[in-house]
Ligand binder design. Structure first.
Ligand code: NCD
Length: 319
């Protein structure tokens, strides 16, 4: 059986923490003058990105290259998907060239899980599937938080994270809820009723989750305020009256943070709509981890690729 990395769902706390430790060890490779280790020499990684991406795609490519793997990137435009080829045919043809790992981003939830069942020789990594999960984003987010709390000599256990905004459409929120819950953190979900239905929390049975529709109440006392992008491409027209109205009620500003979550760090997965979800003052200010998140993305993905490419091939199916 091949190992895959499909989601935070199904990972144990030990799996997650050991990936974080490995990622933490890979951070220094990117600070070297010669940014390369020979760990995956002779391995081939295909990055199949069928949805838009800047950070995740370049981060996977750089991660593969820093591990000395041969990496190639394919996007929908310019591939035979434009000629109507199915995802399965595309993946099976790529597999025929014997890559070790296929990293996939797809607009359909479950696409990586589907391929993991169909492919015989290739490990599948989920780089974001529809509204379902974005597990390497969670790894890089919690790596950034681990570094932050360790630098402050504070515990990484039992923290409170407020996840704010378009929770309903967010695969980042789903993966981070699962990750925070693995670590035993308290999770506060905050957003307008239409983007954060009351029943949402019930899907995460083990988690310590509360829901708030008022920003101030939702972020009060949080150690981490995690802003989500307004995912208008997934929303259609009717979830909020206008982005202006959304930002009036939910935009994260320094004024609100200073008053209600004065010690909180602030995160955002990118891309950011400045002034809508979060003010520029916060993004570029001292409590922002936004740039650290992107830096840590490389190490987090190195840890996942390394673990998949070097693991015995008969253990569990999700890392
Ligand atoms: C996220 C994604 O694509 O899921 N971005 C990312 O990978 N850094 C978040 C988003 O697009 O809102």
């Amino acid at each position: 059986m091949i190992n895959h990395f499909l989601g935070i769902k199904g990972l144990s706390k030990e799996n997650f923490l050991s990936l974080l430790t490995n990622a933490q060890n890979f951070v220094e490779v990117s600070d070297r003058d010669l940014k390369k280790v020979p760990a995956l020499r002779g391995k081939t990684i295909i990055n199949l990105f069928l949805e838009a991406s800047t950070r995740t795609r370049s981060s996977f490519e750089i991660a593969g290259k820093r591990l000395s793997a041969d990496t190639i990137n394919i996007s929908a435009s310019g591939s035979s998907i434009e000629k109507g080829e199915t995802l399965l045919d595309t993946a099976k043809n790529l597999e025929a060239m014997r890559p070790d790992i296929l990293v996939i981003r797809h607009k359909a939830s479950g696409a990586p899980h589907f391929l993991a069942k169909q492919l015989k020789y290739t490990a599948v990594v989920n780089a974001g599937d529809g509204m379902n999960e974005h597990p390497t984003q969670s790894l890089l987010d919690f790596l950034s938080l681990k570094q932050t709390f360790e630098a402050r000599k504070q515990s990484f256990e039992k923290r409170t994270i407020a996840i704010v905004g378009d929770v309903f459409h967010s695969r980042v929120a789903r993966s981070n809820i699962l990750a925070a819950s693995l670590l035993g953190w308290k999770i506060k979900l905050v957003g307008p009723r239409t983007l954060l239905p009351f029943e949402f929390a019930q899907a995460f049975q083990q988690a310590d989750i509360s829901i708030d529709h008022h920003l101030v109440k939702g972020i009060e006392g949080a150690d981490v305020v995690y802003c989500l992008r307004m995912q208008t491409e997934r929303q259609g027209n009717y979830f909020v009256p206008s982005l202006l109205e959304y930002s009036r009620d939910f935009c994260i500003s320094e004024r609100i943070l200073a008053k209600y979550a004065p010690d909180a760090v602030v995160m955002h997965p990118g891309p950011i709509n400045r002034g809508c979800e979060i003010s520029s003052e916060v993004v570029d200010g001292p409590r922002s981890l936004v740039v650290n998140q992107v830096t840590n993305g490389v190490a987090a993905r190195m840890a996942v690729l390394f673990s998949l490419a070097t693991r015995q091939k008969e253990e569990n199916t999700n890392l």
